[in-house]
Design a protein around this ligand. Sequence first.
Ligand code: SF4
Length: 357
Amino acid sequence: MSSHPARYWHALDDGRIQCDLCPRDCRLHEGQRGACFVRQREGAAMVLTTYGRSSGFCIDPIEKKPLNHFYPGSSVLSFGTAGCNLACKFCQNWDISKSRDMDRLMDAASPRQIAEAAASHACRSVAFTYNDPVIFAEYAIDTAAECRARGIASVAVTAGYIHAAPRRDFYAVMDAANVDLKAFNDDFYVHQTGARLAPVLDTLLYLRHETAVWFEITTLLIPGLNDSDAELTALTRWVADELGPDVPLHFTAFHPDYKLDRLPPTPPATLTRARRIGLDAGLHHVYTGNVHDAAGGTTHCPGCGAAVIERDWYQILAYRLDATGACLSCGHALAGRFESFKGAFGARRVPVHIGAH
Ligand code: SF4
């Protein structure tokens, strides 16, 4: 295990130290770990115990993050570490996020090694994913800086639960993010995730109004918990009004897992209903995920309505944008980051070994 000096904490008058990275504000005595498990007090200071350690590297299609408007069809070198600062009962990656066993962290890799591996495998970007990169912010920030120096983009897949000061440092080196908006009511956040809604909305507003980071939003629809017409109407109207109609929104299907293993999977009709509510709210790009759904996987040009990117799950079936992201039918510039389309990486998942055990 690798202990690295942590940033974002301060000493309290009562002898404890408080982590200032995320709104959980953990206050720690000597030897204690925060709720995320990977940040720990050692002596008078805080350390990150997973710096340079990973749960493994894979090359994925960027569509899997999911990002549909960020260099479509490109490949992304993806990794995570262990732990999480949320405690979602429905976690779809609980073997990693709930890991108390650092033996799971098989690959040791420095930020430079990761950037070099992405370059040598011709990946357009590196993604911090599988668990929330907020909790390994120092490692993610250093890696993103090494990537930027080599022209490789960095992508954060995150719940957006982070305080304002570290958020500035974190997103200064990120190029894109997919932010989970897990529900649109604070009660759900408190009881199902252990977090609060307001800081997540604050992160979305920050990204939209104070950064150039490209971001998309994902909402995992859980039957009976966050999928009512009223809640989805409120959520999609907030996105349209506060963030604008061009922010893509992904409604994805829940699979029974972890502590919510007695709930049914999300019916396809729920995803289609949610997508309709989002489109009715004025959003231009509302997708369905984790399902085969031709309509919900297609990007339409807001200018002329043409189907400009057709997808089946993570596969791109047709692509009708020029190198700047303009519609080939009408010239309307789509929101996102685009370059000349060189064919799609496809739905593969390629494990990659980096560094030493
Ligand atoms: S990052 Fe971890 S240690 Fe810090 S406040 Fe959040 S849960 Fe607690």
